[in-house]
Structures are given as C-alpha cells and as structure tokens.
Design a protein around this ligand. Sequence first.
Ligand code: ATP
Length: 687
Amino acid sequence: MYLKSIEISGFKSFAKKNGFSFNTPISAIVGPNGSGKSNVAESFRFVLGEQSIKSMRGKRGEDLIWNGSPELPRGNRASVKVVFDNERKIFDIDFPEVTIERVVHRDGLNEYSINGSPVRLKDVIELLAKAHIGSSGHHIISQGEADKIISATPKDRKAMVEDALGLKIYQYKRLESERKLEKAFENIAQVEGLRKEIAPHLKFLKKQVEKLEKTESLREELITLAKEYFKREEAHITESKKRLEAERKPVEEELKKLSKQSAEAKEVMNLEKDLTKIRGERDLATRELGKLEGLIETYERQIEAEKGRAAREELKTVRLKEVEDLFEEVKAFAEVAKVFDRITAFIRERKHQEDSRLISELSAKIVEAKKRKGGLEALLKAVQEKEQKIIEAEKVALTSEVLEKELVSKLNFLKSREATLQSEEAAFRRELAEVGHVAGASALKYHDVLATDDDRAKQEERRHALERLKIRLEEASIAGSDEIMKEYRETSERDSFLERELADLEKSAGTLKGLIKDLETRLATEFETGLKNINKEFGKLFAKVFDGGEAGLALIKNKTEEEEGEQSIEEGLEIKVSLPRKKVKSLMMLSGGERALTSIALIFAISAVNPPPFIILDETDAALDEANSRKYGDMIEILAKYSQLILITHNRETMSRAGVIYGVTMGGNGISKVLSISFDEASEVAK
Ligand code: ATP
C-alpha cells in the first residue's frame, strides 16, 4: 500500500481539518448526496497538482476554499496534504515517507511543498510522474466519468490510454524535446543570421589584418636592418670624430708653433729695409778697411825705408832752413869753439832725432789706422751678423709659409671632413627620427646589436635598403591599426563564439533529434506492448462481465485536413465489442448498464496493465444493477491486487468489498465531516 492518508483543511466543504487513513486495499467513502464525498476526490486532484479548476468543479481558484456559512466565516486558504509510503521507493526520493502539500490562497497564490520543503509545481509533477501518478488524473475517475473513455473520440481515447500506460512522461519529454529542437533551430537560424551579418565586415577586417601583418613583418625587417645600420653608423661617426680630433690636434698645434715662428721671423724680417743700408755700410767699411790696410802697408814700408836710410848716415838729409837757421846762429858767435860746439850739437841732434820722429809719426799713423781698422772690422762683423740673421729669418719665414700653407690645407681638408661628418651625423639623426616615426621606438634600441665591421659600401647598401623598406612600409601602413586589430579580434572572437555556439546548437539539435527518435520508438513499442496487454485484460474482464463475448481496442489511422490544407495522419483507438449471444457490434447499441460495464472493464484493464499506486472511483458503479454490481465488486477485488482503491459509492455491494468505510456527513452548517463507520451504518445510507 502506497497511499497512507490525506488531510483536508479549508478545502471546499471541508471547512475544518479532516483526515482519512487508507490502510486497506479498498476504502469506501459513503455519505448522503451533497455531503462532500466528491470533494474528497477533488481534494486528491488538487493536491496532486491539478491546474484545471473546472475539473474540480470551480470557476476560480477561490471556489476551492471554504466559502463560509452563517456558523463559520469563509476561509482564506485551503490546504490538502497527502502522505505516501515510500519504503519501496516508488518515488525517486530518499525518504521512507513522502508528504505532498498544496495550499491555495484567496489571492490565487499556490504553494507546494514536498516533505515540508517549498517546491515548484514542476517538482511535484515530476515526482508524481515517476510514481506513475499523472497530474491528468487518469487514476481518479470522477462522478459521471465512467463512460468518458467510451464516449471519447478515438484520438482522445488513445491519449487516455497513453496516459494510463505512463507514456505521458515520454510524450511530455518528446514535446519538450521538440520545443527545444524548434528553439534550437530558431537559435541556429539566428546565429547563422548573425554570422552572415558579420561575415562581410569580418572579411574586410581580415584583409586589413593581413595587410597589417604584412606591414608588421616589413616593420620587423626594417627594425632589424635599422638597428644594424644605426649601430654601425653611430660607431662610424664616433670613430670618425675621434680620428679627426686626433688628426686635427697635432696639425693645429704645429700650425700654432709655425705661426709663432713665422711671426718671429717676420719681426726679424721687418729689419730688411735696413739691409741695403747695412750692406752699404758693409761695403763702405770693407772699402775703407781695404784702404786702411793699404795705408798701413804704406806706412810700414815708409818706416822700413826710414829705418834703412837712418842706417845709412851719409844719406841723411837736413833741411836747408835748419842749416840756414844754424848758420845765422853761429855767425853771431865770436868764438869758433862755440861755433864748433854748436855745430857739433846740431849734428848730434840731427843724427838721431830726425829719423825717429818720422818713424814715430808713421807708427802713430799705423796705430791710428789699425785702430780704425779694428773698429771697421767690428762694424763689418756686426753688419754681417745682422745680414745673416735677416737671411736666416727670411729662410725661416719662407719655410714656415710653405709649411703653414701645407698645414692650413691639411686643416681645411680635415674641416671639410668634419663638415661631411657633421652632415652625416645630421642625416643619421634625421634617419633615427624618421625610422622611429615609421617603425616605432623599438627600432631605436640598437645599442645591444652586435655589429663590428665598418664597411661603408655595405653600410651604403643598408641605407638604400632602409630607404626602400621605409617607403614600402609607409605605403603599406593603414591608419588606426590598433583599432582594426582590436575590432578584428573582437569580431573574430564573436564569430568563433557564434561558430562554437552553432556547433553546440547543431550538436544539441542532433542529440534532440536522436532523443525524439528514441522517445518515439519507445512510445511506439511501449504503446504497442501496453495496448496488447490492455486488450488481453480487457478481453478477459469483458468476457467475465458479460459471460463471454469479445472486446478490444484497435489502432486506427484517420487522414485529417489541417487548416492550411495540409494532410496529416491522426491515430486513434477504436473500441470493438462483441456481446455474447447478441449481434451488437457497435457501442451505440449498448444499454446504459452494458456501456457502464464495458467502460469499467476497460478502465480496469488499463489500470491492471499499468497499475497506479491508487485509484479513486467516484460512483462508477452508479448505473449497475445488483447482478452487475457483484461483477463490478469482483473486478474491484482483482484490481485491488494491483492498486489501492478508494471508492466513493452508494452501492452496498461495493461497500461490502471495502476494508474500511468512511462516512462523510454534512450538517446544517454546510461543513463536511468525516466519520469512520461500520458496514451496517454504511448500509443505511446505501441504496
Ligand atoms: P453526491 O452523492 O450527490 O454526489 P457528494 O457527497 O459527492 O454528493 P459533493 O459534490 O462532494 O457531494 O459536495 C457538494 C457540496 O459541497 C455542496 O453542498 C456544496 O455546496 C459544497 N461546496 C462546494 N464548494 C464549496 C465551498 N467552496 N465552500 C463551501 N461548501 C462548498
């Protein structure tokens, strides 16, 4: 037994809390008309998640709540709590007992709980479906519904059978899968649309990016080459500067020295205007010196001659005058001795005196001349020295001038080289700036590059190559490359995302198709097997009830015209009956009782094939006579072997088959009340 109890509170006529315990296979609920028995069956529908208020004989949700009477004001909520035994794990939940409760409030709010925990309706439905208690309530046959299965259209009948066979869950799953598949197709179309939308832009961006990548490789090529070029160029400039400096310094120093020398020489040379004078002086002095030398020679010769004459006395001469003077003097002398003495003295005087006077006169002249010669010689020497100095200075000046010219031209050459170097350096700086601008700052990080050779020809080739690359790069450059890259990245990421999404969607569509196919196969096979079993049971029960005869359900296919003119095949179940000893083949020809029995037999057959945990039958026996009531009772007992039965009845025979009988009464206050009663008490209200 799976159904343990139900507790009804504030639901319809059950204004107060009432409970039923179902601890026997068959429980009967009896009571006078209008006492609230059907409300019990509806309370089951309610708690099991029935959404159709109509099927619970109401118009609005609040029709389910105790509506009030003079004695008891209307309630604000209705609650029904059903308790199942779960020892045999009919519910997929790890509790020995499962309590489901539903509460409806006047404002229409519904609350559900499973074992006290609030849940959604979906959870309740799923839990019940697993235990084969469908929310469609195929196991709750309401009053007057007994021949519903007979009067239904083949299509609806098929649906009822499917539901009873527990195939609803597969149908629901199929429907859900179909909905999901449809949604997946919609999403696929949407994603494909989105991809189509971005495709031209992505194509354009891709081309731009390809260009950019080409540009990037050009840029890298340029950077590598530029670094090599810059490194060498800088080294070349630094080296050249050093070399020029080293070459210039000694030239400048030499030049300085030379110009000093030349200035000095020029200073000396300034004296050159005196050179003619000096030379004149020199010539004069030379001539005079010659003359003096001749004079001195003459004097010396005269002295030599005088000296010779003196040596020869007889050759000595006395001037007449002197002799005359002497004569005059001696004439006056009276004594001859005196005259003699005087003449002797005269001769003595003249003998030596005359010679030495001339010689000394000449000697004096020689001394004079020699003195003069010495002076002239000194003068000549000084003049010659001066002359020599000037000549020397001229030589120095000339040499200096030549050297100076040489050095100046060398210096000029160095300066021109410096100027070339400066323009090379300026070009280098310009190149740096340009390459930095075209290829970015990384091109300027060339200091770590290993480049030692300084082949200017190769360097020139590099420069040309650099120029060519620069032009190519400038031509290939696209404005806003960062934005393009970013946009391409984002767009392609989006496209990849959409592609993945599409693949996922296609995969899930494939899975869903597979699932639908599986479900359809399962539905078809289970339906086929179920139908076979139902027919077996139906046939047996029918023959038992009618003491023979045959009955069965047959699958039929009808072509239907749909709204848009499309044809579709509609499947349904047709009931075929053949009563014993009667030629009745059509259901239309059955009597009310026969119809009720056939219907009950079918319901029972269906329930026997796929027994729900419990079945509620609300006065399905109403139309049966005594004999048929017994047959009905027999069938009930068979059915009770599979499912727990709750029978709302006025039928004594039915009551007699129940293990427990509940009486539902309603006093003048309109409130239903539940009593546990004996069979005899029950019989009193029975027909
Ligand atoms: P029968 O034997 O004739 O089938 P029953 O015992 O099955 O009768 P129900 O149909 O279950 O009787 O009960 C109907 C009673 O419940 C009526 O008296 C009706 O007024 C009462 N009822 C229904 N809804 C409410 C409500 N919301 N509040 C109060 N009473 C209600």
